[in-house]
Design a binder for this molecule. Structure first.
Ligand code: PHE
Length: 343
């Protein structure tokens, strides 16, 4: 009888499938397939309904006993499986888990931490200052003249109580105010670094309104420009490798004299000239100089007795050169595909 053959096939499939169950998910899928509302077994009722009336009694009996047999086999499987799983401490380690991604540090944090470690190993200690800063610390005490362009609203975020005559508070435009705060309350000799966020009214492929800097300051009675050169060259070598050349170019900052801009040979073309270094073979990396006597005077340190150097660098810039990134905005877009690359 054709219907009988269907029952035999079903039983064979059932016996084969049940052998393959090894966890609760398999068990549930199996249950749905064979005993659920639209299962193979419920289809058997249609076979019975469609069978001719002489076949119906015998077919009905066969279907019933098959159902009982299969249900018993299923219960047995269920019991033995849950016993096994219970023995494994009720934690079913065979169930496939959700894929998850172990978090990693943001590239800016990585570079910042690396820079901090290098300076710490060179004897610098850490100092911090506020992001909301008084005009005095950000500009006046650092020898910025009143008409300096950085004091313009185009460049600096002045805060609400800003008025033409009373430029009181602002978001610091650099980490240099920490120098002033530190010098005001500490007696030399000292050497500090100050990492932190800084803010400038600027946004394009190489500028974001908020970015990170690390500042350095060393004051004593015998510090010279040669010390500054050595420290910065050593820093660049440790971050980028000892095959990198450095170059100190005269520059200007109101708070250092003499001032320099420090370049390093391009990590991409090694000085030959490429798109990243705009065919010059060099990339600018930081600003530095000897602390201006006026700054020392402003914090009541005698320039006749003490001198020192200061430097400041943008962490995004270092990260861009280190990782070959040509758009600073990538650091702030929180695109997980980008951030995962720094695992
Ligand atoms: N503050 C300067 C800037 O933001 C960098 C700097 C720091 C230069 C210390 C000289 C000395 O561009």
């Amino acid at each position: 009888m054709e219907e009988m053959q269907k029952l035999i096939d079903l039983r064979n499939d059932f016996l084969k499938d049940i052998e393959e169950i090894s966890n609760r998910v398999d068990l549930e899928n199996f249950r749905v397939k064979y005993f659920g509302k639209k299962s193979i077994l419920s289809d058997l009722m249609n076979i019975l309904r469609d069978a001719s009336s002489d076949k119906k009694p015998i077919l009905g009996k066969e279907i019933n006993s098959l159902k009982i047999e299969l249900k018993n086999l299923f219960d047995e499987k269920k019991n033995s499986l849950s016993k096994n799983l219970d023995e494994c401490n009720t934690f079913d380690k065979t169930i496939k888990g959700n894929e998850f991604f172990i978090s990693n540090f943001h590239p800016i944090t990585l570079v910042m931490n690396e820079a901090i470690e290098v300076f710490k190993s060179l004897g610098f200690s850490l100092a911090y200052g506020p992001d909301i800063e008084a005009d005095y610390y950000n500009f006046s005490a650092l020898n910025f003249p009143d008409e300096h362009p950085a004091r313009d609203m185009q460049d600096t975020f002045f805060l609400d109580d800003y008025d033409e005559n009373k430029k009181n508070f602002l978001l610091r435009t650099h980490t240099s105010p920490v120098q002033v705060r530190y010098m005001k309350y500490h007696k030399p000799p000292f050497q500090i670094i100050s990492p932190g966020n800084v803010y400038r009214c600027d946004s394009d492929i190489s500028h974001t309104p908020m970015f990170h800097q690390i500042e350095g300051l060393a004051i004593s009675n015998d510090i010279s420009f040669a010390n500054l050169k050595w420290i910065l060259t050593e820093f660049i070598h440790r971050i980028f490798g000892y095959d990198i050349n450095t170059r100190f170019r005269p520059s200007f900052f109101p708070f250092t004299e003499p001032s320099v801009e420090v370049d390093m040979s391009c990590v991409i073309c090694h000085g030959k000239g490429c798109r990243v270094c705009k065919d010059t073979g060099w990339v600018e990396i930081l600003g530095a100089g000897m602390v201006h006597p006026n700054v020392l005077k402003n914090v009541s340190i005698s320039p006749d007795e003490y001198q020192g150097f200061a430097f400041g660098m943008g962490i995004e810039r270092i990260a861009m050169i280190k990782y070959g990134i040509d758009d600073i905005r990538l650091f702030f877009e929180n695109d997980i595909r980008f951030l995962k690359k720094f695992c």
